[in-house]
Write a protein that binds this ligand. Structure first.
Ligand code: 5GP
Length: 206
């Protein structure tokens, strides 16, 4: 296919792409991402660092790097984070080492971040394409149900997650794509369609 293209033109998928998946807590970002990763060997997951305590089902190094406050301070001081934020009293950050080398090697990177983090990744000028995908539940009532079902937190923490979710929805216009997660399989297929299309995008190259 390569010798068909005019000089200075390439397909975006020949290089690495960062696919950032944001959206309110409880919408199912992690489930959608696990399904995507299991089906597409070119996709790799950016494991974030966090000071939040590990939930029973979570694995260090797979879901997050669970670090102490002091370790997180050190990551910031060393400039090791692409972006970081405070969410419900805990810090979360994207290690540069999870993203940049892989993009350089031509792999795609999937990130699970909250909305401010998504925007920060876009403005970080990685030198690679960044695609911002906003995942929403089919309705506000469904979001409340899903956040409650998780059931790992106090009423106060749940109310805070819902308040943050309301605020996050205001940022939809700054994203490239909106995906409704009504049915997991359908939502995964929608995100896969975005990934395929972005890889086929025609771009100018040097
Ligand atoms: P949870 O505690 O439910 O795993 O995550 C809370 C929120 O933090 C989610 O919206 C998740 O997407 C976000 N998050 C996870 N890692 C990062 C990160 O590295 N940076 C930012 N900005 N947000 C993150």
């Amino acid at each position: 296919m390569k010798n068909l293209l005019p000089q200075g033109v390439a397909l975006q998928g020949e290089r690495g792409i960062a696919f950032v998946i944001a959206g309110p807590s409880g919408v199912g970002k992690s489930s959608v991402i696990s399904a995507l990763l299991s089906r597409d060997p070119k996709l790799t997951f950016s494991v974030s660092a966090t000071t939040r305590p590990r939930r029973p089902e979570e694995v260090h190094g797979r879901d997050y790097y669970f670090v102490s406050e002091a370790e997180f301070d050190r990551l910031i001081a060393e400039g090791a984070l692409l972006e970081w934020t405070v969410y419900q009293g805990h810090r979360y950050g994207t290690p540069k080492s999870e993203v940049i080398d892989r993009l350089k090697r031509g792999l795609d990177v999937v990130l699970n971040v909250e909305v401010r983090g998504a925007k920060a990744i876009r403005t970080a000028n990685l030198g690679f394409p960044v695609v911002l995908i906003f995942l929403v539940p089919p309705s506000w009532e469904e979001l409340v149900r899903r956040v409650r079902r998780r059931g790992t937190e106090s009423e106060e923490a749940l109310a805070e997650r819902l308040r943050i979710a309301r605020e996050e929805l205001q940022h939809i216009p700054e994203f490239d794509y909106l995906v409704v997660n009504d049915d997991l399989e359908e939502a995964v297929a929608r995100v896969e369609a975005i990934i395929r299309a972005e890889r086929m995008r025609i771009v100018q190259c040097a």
